[in-house]
Design a protein around this ligand. Structure first.
Ligand code: ZN
Ligand code: ZN
Length: 465
């Protein structure tokens, strides 16, 4: 029995690990590598394992950096089951189709450039048909149910509190008289986050694979964050402007709507029109709505009092492009939640064009902005930005609200790791290289755990741990 590290060891994205037990092999996650074009080219390379020998895939959650290469697996011939939590399966239907359409558009764009240089066209990484096929291979499971998926291999999903359906995976391997238990953390959520339960404490494991995205950072206090959002709303109201919120469709948008619902009076929202201007976020919101049994206590209580979606009186869900364009006519009193989360595409771009030169308008940044994106330029307070080839003065007021992360911070990661009673060995994955090193050191100092940072291609003999 062995474990081989493959993706999310170099950086954050492309989560993928292989477990071999007897004659069976499973993949844990099969995520897309995301980043600069050069890095993303790695997605096109052949898998460094024999696809025919993979018997099953076990997914932790729907985010593309964990699930985004499953359509590629299927395109290249994988025919086995892909296990996921039930809600993850539903969210994957939305996310994988979107990922496919981005890949198809990207191939088209690249082929235009290639044609000019006389180069052969490239194929789209995968198509919507591949995404649908991958989704058809997905087998949903509930939380907390142990299931044997192959001879000698059983799994159980536990709530990770990160996005709806996100899991930590407990994996039991048995070969002859040897049994080992491995825990894969997936992405770990924050404690006391809106809607979702806290990350599940797991007390026993022989080996833990643990994410470390924010292993070097502390998030701002939640109450302070709520006050910050309230202040932006009241200022924008006094100045008669609009508020734009670039937000990721899955997780962040639902969290914002929920916070608006629970702080409705404090934030004076009855004076505003609120728009969820993203077909994907609308679809994801319906999925969130359909899984009330996965909510935490507070959200369950709220959900039991309201039977209809949307739960905000003045929320408009705008599907059609024409409806979205009509929002551009509104000069004040609109809160517009639209994607993409980093302003590198999507409907938010059009709203920025119409509002960014106006001093009375406000842009609320609620998520991580990668280098090179328009969102990052706004966060950096650039005075002028280029949108669709034209320059716009940034007169609108930019606010960075830092407390809404879907990831546990350093203290919360330590809290989760501290839940293991039997002091298992820990491999730190899914983080920037220096963060993984720092966090691995911290696990040793604070919790006396033996922790290390694996490289892609490292193999661990599980019978020896
Ligand atoms: Zn995630
Ligand atoms: Zn992730």
């Amino acid at each position: 029995m062995e474990l081989e590290f493959y993706g999310a060891t170099g950086g954050v994205t492309g989560s993928c690990h292989i477990i071999r037990n007897g004659e069976y092999q499973i993949l844990i996650d099969c995520g897309l590598i995301q980043g600069r074009r050069k890095e993303e080219e790695a997605n096109r390379e052949p898998f460094p394992f024999d696809l025919d020998k993979i018997d099953a895939v076990v997914l932790s959650h729907a985010h593309i950096d964990h699930s985004g290469r499953t359509p590629l697996l299927v395109k290249r011939g994988f025919r086995g089951p892909i296990y996921t939590q039930n809600a993850t399966r539903d969210l994957c239907a939305v996310l994988l189709r979107d990922s496919a359409s981005l890949a198809e558009r990207d191939a088209k764009y690249q082929n235009k450039k290639r044609a000019k240089k006389g180069l052969e066209p490239i194929e789209s990484l995968y198509t919507e048909a591949d995404a649908i096929k991958a989704w058809e291979h997905m087998e949903g499971m509930p939380y907390r149910e142990k299931r044997q998926i192959l001879p000698g291999i059983s799994i159980r999903y536990q709530d990770a509190g990160h996005i709806l359906g996100a899991c930590m995976v407990e994996i039991w391997l048995t070969e002859g008289s040897v049994t080992r238990k491995i825990v894969f953390s997936g992405d770990i959520g924050q404690y006391d986050t809106p809607i979702l339960n806290d990350p599940t404490t797991i007390e026993e494991a022989d080996l833990v694979l643990m994410e470390s995205t924010y292993g070097n950072r502390l998030h701002r206090d939640r109450q302070q964050t709520i006050e910050e959002i309230g202040e932006v709303i009241s200022r924008a109201g006094a100045e008669h402007g609009n508020i734009l919120i670039p937000a990721f469709s899955i997780g962040r948008s639902q969290e914002l709507l929920y916070l608006m619902g629970t702080n409705y009076d404090e934030w004076g929202l009855d004076r505003w029109q609120i728009f969820l201007d993203s077909p994907m976020a609308i679809e994801a919101s319906h999925i969130y709505w359909d899984y009330p049994h996965l909510y935490d206590e507070e959200a369950t209580k709220l959900r039991s009092q309201i039977n209809e979606m949307p739960h905000l009186r003045n929320l408009k869900l705008t599907h059609a492009v024409e409806e979205s364009m009509q929002i551009n006519e509104i000069r004040s009193g609109a809160i517009i939640i639209a994607g993409s989360g980093m302003c590198n595409g999507g409907r938010i771009i059009h709203h920025l064009k119409h509002n960014i030169t106006r001093r009375e308008c406000h842009v609320m940044i609620v998520g991580y902005q990668a280098n090179g994106t328009l969102g990052r330029r706004l966060v950096n307070r650039e005075k002028e930005v280029k949108i669709h080839g034209e320059f716009y003065d940034v007169n609108a007021q930019i606010h960075t609200v830092g407390g809404l992360s879907a990831h546990a911070d350093q203290n919360e990661l330590l809290q989760w790791a501290g839940g293991f009673i039997n002091k298992p060995k820990v491999f730190v994955v899914h983080g920037d290289p220096e963060v993984k090193q720092e966090f691995s050191q911290l696990l040793h100092e604070k919790l006396q755990l033996v922790a290390s940072v694996p490289k892609a291609g490292d193999i661990v003999d599980l019978s020896q741990i």
